[in-house]
Design a protein around this ligand. Structure first.
Ligand SMILES: [Zn+2]
Ligand SMILES: [Zn+2]
Length: 246
């Protein structure tokens, strides 16, 4: 569509449907954004953080420092990056995006992921969303991680393989499980689709998901990819649950 037609279309649309904050519906200046109040409550994860898992540090610390858990046991993935804290402000938005068809939030979330993943895109050869089990996909109608990965793929100009991984069994929701239970819950839950076995050999994969809680899900997927010969696996998630370091 020519630019002038797009601009005119936008003006007409703004007149009929004035732009609203995508979180609280307050009037805002531009479609697809947040109002000042909602912006203020969102906390972005920024440096200094753990080189491997991006756990944020409260004190200024050297680049490439690592957190306690990563120092004790280096993760199988190379780097995990995340855009925002999963907290009281972001949780309702993410839950609506995940379960209540609030898909108009996708472009904003994809932009946040794009900013948070800058140092991962130079090496990544494929973007791969964490899959849902088919029965959950039928019930929900969409996979929120695949929507984000698809949008990101266009922005970062990296191919997107939404069906590379399959969830081969339906795992109970991770919601109320402890870290140990989560690990057990998702172990062996994923497999690589046969037709991609050759394709990913020696490749650099970037896994995309919405929330990083204990990391059990991304670790299980990383294991499958590494076992199948992927050279490097990085992780990019929208939000992360940050508990004080143990
Ligand atoms: Zn708002
Ligand atoms: Zn770490």
């Amino acid at each position: 569509m020519p630019l002038f037609a797009k601009k005119t279309g936008r003006k007409i649309l703004d007149f009929i449907l004035p732009p609203q904050c995508i979180n609280c519906s307050t009037r805002v200046l531009q479609q697809g954004g947040l109002c000042a109040d909602c912006w203020e409550k969102i906390s972005f994860i920024s440096k200094p953080f753990c080189f491997f898992c991006s756990f944020p540090f409260n004190i200024q610390i050297e680049d490439e420092s690592v957190c306690g858990p990563c120092a004790r046991k280096r993760p199988l993935f190379t780097r995990a990056r995340t855009a925002i804290y999963y907290n009281e402000a972001s949780k309702p938005m993410i839950l609506r995006f995940k379960h209540a068809d609030a898909l108009h939030i996708t472009p904003l979330f994809a932009e946040w992921l794009y900013q948070a993943g800058q140092d991962l895109f130079q090496q990544a050869e494929y973007l791969v969303p964490i899959p849902l089990h088919w029965s959950r996909l039928v019930y929900r109608g969409y996979n929120q991680a695949a929507l984000l990965s698809h949008k990101l793929s266009k922005k970062a100009k990296i191919p997107h393989l939404p069906d590379l991984l399959e969830r081969n069994r339906r795992t109970p929701s991770q919601g109320d499980l402890t870290a140990k239970e989560r690990e057990k819950n998702v172990s062996n839950a994923f497999k690589l689709k046969e037709k991609y076995k050759q394709l990913i050999r020696n490749k650099h994969i970037l896994l995309i998901d919405d929330v990083f809680t204990s990391g059990a899900t991304v670790r299980a997927c990383t294991k499958v990819l590494k076992k199948s010969g992927a050279k490097q696996v990085d992780i990019l998630t929208l939000a992360r649950v940050i508990k004080p370091e143990i």
